[in-house]
Design a protein around this ligand. Structure first.
Ligand SMILES: C[S@@+](CC[C@H](N)C(=O)[O-])C[C@H]1O[C@@H](n2cnc3c(N)ncnc32)[C@H](O)[C@@H]1O
Length: 290
C-alpha cells in the first residue's frame, strides 16, 4: 500500500481552492464547501500547504492558470465542472430518496461530509493512509459526526461488500448512491469490473455517480501531458477504456440506465452563462447510471 498521500487527490483540492478564490468560480459553490477545501489545504503537508497563502495572491493564481493552460488546457476547468455536477447529482439523489451515500476513492472530497450534514448515512472509502489523514483533517475542522464513517479499504485486495456489510448502520435494502470522482480511471479493467459488480450486489437500488476520462479524445501531446502529470506524482491511469468502452462495461455489469454531462455541456451550460471563457478538458464526463 502506498506510504504517501494521494497527490492527485491533494492537487485537485489545491486547484479547487485556488480557483474558487476568483469570484465567477466562487459563485458556483456554497461558502461551506469552499471553506472545507480551504481548511484541508492548510492541513496538507508543507510542500502543499504553502499554496494556501501563495494562491491568495491574484498574480500567483494568474501565473498558475497560465502555466497549467499551457501544459494541459481545460484541466483546471474540469475540476470546477466535476465538483459542480457531482454536487448537482448528489443533491438530486438525496432529494429522490437516496439516504445512503458511499464515496469511493474519497480522497479529500467534501461529498460524504456534505451528505452527512443532510442526515444521510455517509461512508468514505479510500486506502488506509488516506483515510487516517482524512480523519485527522475532519477532526481538526470539527467535521466529524455520527452520520459519517470512514473505511480504509484497498479495493484491489479487499471486498467492499464484506466491509460494508460488517458496518452495522449499512442497510442493503435502502437506495444507495455510490460516488466515484476520479476513481475508476486509477483501477485496472478487472478491478473496475469487480467493483461495479460489487456495487450492483450491495444495494437493491444502487445509483452510481462517476467521472470518466476518455483519453482518446485528447490529442497525443495533451494525452501524454495528462498521463505524465499523473505519473510524476507516483500514480497511474490504469483503466484501458474510452467513454463508450466504460458505458459498455456499465451495461455488462447491469447499469442499463445511463446519463452523462460532457465537457461541451459544461462549457455551454455552466461556464458561458457565468462569463467564464475557458474550455474544459476534452474527453471528460460525469456519468450517472443505475
Ligand atoms: C484521483 S484521486 C481522486 C480523489 C477524490 N475523489 C477527488 O476527486 O479529488 C483517486 C483516489 O482514489 C484512491 N484510490 C486509488 N486506488 C485505490 C484503491 N485500490 N483502493 C482504495 N482507494 C484507492 C486514492 O487514494 C485517491 O484518494
Amino acid at each position: 500500500m502506498s506510504q504517501k498521500i494521494s497527490h492527485t487527490a491533494a492537487f485537485i483540492t489545491v486547484k479547487f481552492y485556488g480557483l474558487t478564490l476568483f469570484k465567477p468560480f466562487k459563485s458556483l459553490f456554497s461558502e461551506k464547501i469552499i471553506e472545507f477545501y480551504g481548511n484541508i489545504v492548510q492541513q496538507l503537508p508543507k510542500h502543499l500547504s504553502w499554496y494556501y497563502r501563495t494562491l491568495k495572491s491574484k498574480w500567483w493564481r494568474r501565473f498558475f492558470i497560465w502555466s497549467e493552460e499551457l501544459l494541459l488546457p481545460g484541466d483546471l476547468m474540469h475540476i470546477i465542472g466535476r465538483k459542480y455536477y457531482i454536487i448537482q447529482e448528489l443533491d438530486k439523489a438525496i432529494e429522490e430518496g437516496y439516504k445512503q451515500i458511499v464515496v469511493l476513492g474519497s480522497g479529500f472530497d467534501h461529498s460524504a461530509w456534505y451528505s452527512s450534514t443532510k442526515l444521510c448515512l455517509s461512508i468514505e472509502i479510500d486506502t488506509e493512509l488516506m483515510i487516517s489523514e482524512k480523519k485527522r483533517f475532519l477532526d481538526h475542522g470539527k467535521y466529524l459526526n455520527p452520520n459519517l464513517h470512514l473505511l480504509p479499504i484497498d479495493v484491489t485486495k479487499q471486498s467492499i461488500t464484506d466491509i460494508l456489510n460488517d458496518l452495522e448502520e449499512y442497510d442493503p435494502n435502502k437506495p444507495t448512491a455510490f460516488i466515484a470522482e476520479g476513481f475508476f480511471d486509477y483501477l485496472t479493467y478487472d478491478v473496475a469490473k469487480d467493483v461495479l459488480n460489487q456495487i450492483r450486489g450491495l444495494s437493491s437500488n444502487a445509483r452510481l455517480i462517476t467521472t470518466i476520462f476518455s483519453l482518446d479524445e485528447l490529442n497525443i501531446l495533451y494525452r501524454s501531458s495528462f498521463t505524465s502529470g499523473v505519473a510524476m506524482v507516483g500514480e497511474a491511469i490504469k483503466l484501458p477504456l474510452n467513454f463508450q468502452g466504460f458505458r459498455d462495461l456499465l451495461t455488462e455489469t447491469g447499469f442499463d440506465k445511463q446519463s452523462s454531462v460532457n465537457y461541451t455541456d459544461m462549457e455551454e451550460k455552466l461556464f458561458k452563462p457565468h462569463g467564464i471563457k475557458y474550455s474544459v478538458l476534452n474527453g471528460f464526463y460525469v456519468l450517472t447510471a443505475e
